[in-house]
Write a protein that binds this ligand. Structure first.
Ligand code: HEC
Ligand code: HEC
Length: 327
């Protein structure tokens, strides 16, 4: 009887609270996450060199500094905005001299756990990747050598590089500082995680229904595998078809025809912040993404067999969106 009363009062309470939907708010980047993962997240693999807080703080400064670009106008942070989950609200973010990047800027959460960088997997490690935007003619339009020269011209960078690496600004220090800062950008310990840890009211009933769809008839977990909500693999969902045919994707790295149109599964951590979605930024919001999966993606000759029409009611779709917002 007592149990029934508790349940009844909770049901009433929850119904009254149904507008109040707990949503994920990722923490500010911090060096601490390299050694102390958020609850429920795995230990982060670290590079062979020793990382330090001085390296992280230098990386943070460099990430926000236009000095890495040819004319000082573009920083890493101008395409990876904190408020957009380190993605960018434009489908293709703005680069140097009025140009646009080739692809949508992905969120940078949990890249320290990543095994390949870029939507097509074209960069093996963070260390390899982080200098590439500097020389990209559409993005920062410079060269690593020229960027290092610009840093060497600033006494404050002499000081910060010396504190972090015991030497003047150079390409290796730049690489390590940027990679160390990016590792400190994480997301986790969201309403979803708190619910798993036993906080029964951390998610609404609707969000729990969405979780059930994610794990059952939606089949989302097969590629967006918890706790990182990515398998770090490449799949063809049919986004970015050219005249109905799959193009680009992991094929650009492997040359295997089966990899045509297969792009890296992005994490869904902090995904509520990072609209628009997909490697080309072609889907404007989470509702559209869910409709896309419900109709079975965009059929093509290499469509992943896990992407197929789903039997989802309007309430199921709303619940799935509510769940995604809790990650
Ligand atoms: C002009 C916009 C722009 C600038 C500037 C920029 N990025 Fe990016 N970033 C992107 C785009 C677009 C991608 C996806 C590229 C691809 O998939 O080929 C990306 C991808 C990444 C990735 C890989 C993420 C993943 O999931 O694979 C990391 C890490 C990253 N950027 C960090 C940085 C850092 C560090 C800087 C500064 C040195 C930087 N970015 C500058 C637009 C930008
Ligand atoms: C076969 C593997 C696979 C399955 C199953 C799958 N996804 Fe995805 N998901 C991907 C890939 C790959 C992308 C990126 C596609 C692209 O950009 O071309 C993606 C992108 C997304 C994005 C956009 C994220 C961003 O940052 O742009 C969301 C949201 C998403 N999926 C949610 C879901 C949901 C919800 C389900 C279940 C209904 C689901 N996915 C099922 C592989 C999968």
């Amino acid at each position: 009887m007592l149990r029934f009363l508790c349940f009844a009062s909770c049901a009433a309470f929850c119904a009254a609270q149904s507008d109040r939907q707990p949503v994920a708010t990722p923490p500010a980047p911090s060096f601490a996450f390299l050694t102390t993962p958020l609850p429920g997240m795995p230990k982060m693999p670290l590079p062979a060199y020793e990382v330090s807080e001085a390296m992280f703080e230098l990386g943070r400064r460099l990430f926000h500094d236009g000095a890495l670009s040819r004319d000082g106008s573009v920083s890493c942070a101008s395409c990876h905005l904190l408020a957009s989950g380190f993605a960018h609200p434009d489908p293709l973010p703005p680069g140097i001299a009025g140009q646009r990047a080739l692809r949508h800027a992905p969120v940078l959460f949990n890249r320290g756990y990543g095994t390949r960088q870029r939507w097509n997997g074209g960069s093996a490690t963070l260390e390899q990747f982080v200098l590439e935007p500097i020389a990209d003619p559409r993005e920062m339009g410079s060269s690593v050598d020229a960027a290092v020269r610009r840093l060497r011209a600033q006494p404050r960078y002499w000081k910060a590089f010396t504190a972090a690496f015991g030497r003047a600004p150079d390409a290796e220090g730049l690489r390590r500082a940027l990679a160390t800062f990016v590792r400190g950008i994480v997301a986790g310990d969201a309403p979803y995680d708190r619910f798993l840890r036993g906080e029964a009211d951390a998610m609404t009933k609707e969000q729990r229904h969405g979780q059930w769809i994610f794990e059952s008839k939606g089949g989302c977990w097969r590629c967006h595998t918890p706790p990182l909500f990515t398998d770090e693999r490449f799949h063809n969902t049919g986004i970015g078809l050219v005249a109905g045919q799959p193009a680009g994707g992991h094929f650009e790295v492997t040359g295997e025809p089966g990899d045509l149109g297969a792009w890296k599964t992005p994490t869904l951590r902090g995904v509520r912040l990072s609209a628009p979605y997909m490697h080309d930024g072609s889907l404007p919001d989470l509702e559209t993404v869910v409709e896309f999966y419900a109709r079975g993606g965009n059929p093509n000759r290499h469509l992943d067999r896990r992407v197929r029409p789903l039997d989802l009611s309007p309430a199921d779709k709303r619940a799935l969106v509510a769940f995604l917002r809790s990650l």
